[in-house]
Ligand binder design. Sequence first.
Ligand code: SAM
Length: 185
Amino acid sequence: MSTFAYLKSFFKDKDVASVTPTSRFCVRHVCQPIDFSKDITVVEYGAGSGVFSRFLLENMTVDSKLALFETNDILFEKLQLIDDPRVSFHQDSVEYVSSVLPENYIGNTDFIISGIPFSFLDGEAKSSVLDQSYKLLRVGGEFLAYQTSGHLEEPLQETFGNVKTDWEWRNIPPMTVYEAEKRMT
Ligand SMILES: C[S@@+](CC[C@H](N)C(=O)[O-])C[C@H]1O[C@@H](n2cnc3c(N)ncnc32)[C@H](O)[C@@H]1O
């Protein structure tokens, strides 16, 4: 059961930052901007045991792609139970995302979904992950994130020049939901 895997991981690894998977309300809220009728390329940061990944796969077209990043051993093992040809698994930190992914992701990614605890990254690492994310996205692509506080608004505004925030109460704990678009410069 996923909650047990989270609890076990949480006590061993501070980066897990949650004792339970994200609620289905929050998953739907974060993914609301995605147009699932098109073939899309999605990269997920901090996929955990795959609550977002499974929702995405249920809704994505057969020719869409999903790249999953997860560092925790226990959660990565659970994540790999997903058996789907559209998925690639990466047990790497997203600090190295642009060197881990094949080059054709650069400038062609439609959505990045991120649940990693950005507040645990130092300033340099945070900017580097956001800069790499900006480069991965196509123009019109979006960075969609969920965090337990509003601390990511300013860094996203600095990197993307725009950011919308919303609030999802139906999650333990409640989440700030972010949406930032890569616009034409
Ligand atoms: C708050 S949990 C979210 C898990 C899952 N996506 C969910 O919604 O239930 C954050 C996840 O990010 C992972 N994580 C933390 N830092 C990471 C990093 N630098 N690179 C990749 N994954 C990371 C943690 O191991 C954890 O599984």
